[in-house]
Design a protein around this ligand. Sequence first.
Ligand SMILES: Nc1nc2c(c(=O)[nH]1)N=C([C@H](O)[C@@H](O)CO)CN2
Length: 118
Amino acid sequence: MDIVFIKQLEVRTVIGVFDWEREIKQKLVFDLQLGTDIKKAAASDALNDTLDYKAISHAIHDFVEASEYQLVETVAEKVAEMVLRDFPVKWLSIELNKPGAVSIAQSVGVKIERGQRG
Ligand SMILES: Nc1nc2c(c(=O)[nH]1)N=C([C@H](O)[C@@H](O)CO)CN2
């Protein structure tokens, strides 16, 4: 399986379980791997034959920016559902970072894999 990837996609949104977190926007950072087959696009040199990382990046940005979930787990799961539903992605991994959420750690978050690999 080939991979189209998106690194360090940043979104500011309402995220968190504490009252003060419901009043502000915080930064979430996404690293994604999107499983696909790039052979057709490599042969045709046509964007229509591959995953458009720009379209997917903006779809994720707009979806997360408009969301107001409490847990990073929920954000990751909902993003995975949306990408698998709206784009021809067979498998994906999402690493979702919430930098600064824990003062003694550089970052915290979750990493999930969804869909069928291979
Ligand atoms: N596994 C998780 N643990 C915690 C989360 C979370 O989303 N998933 N969230 C918080 C708070 O919102 C925290 O980010 C505030 O600093 C605590 N633990």
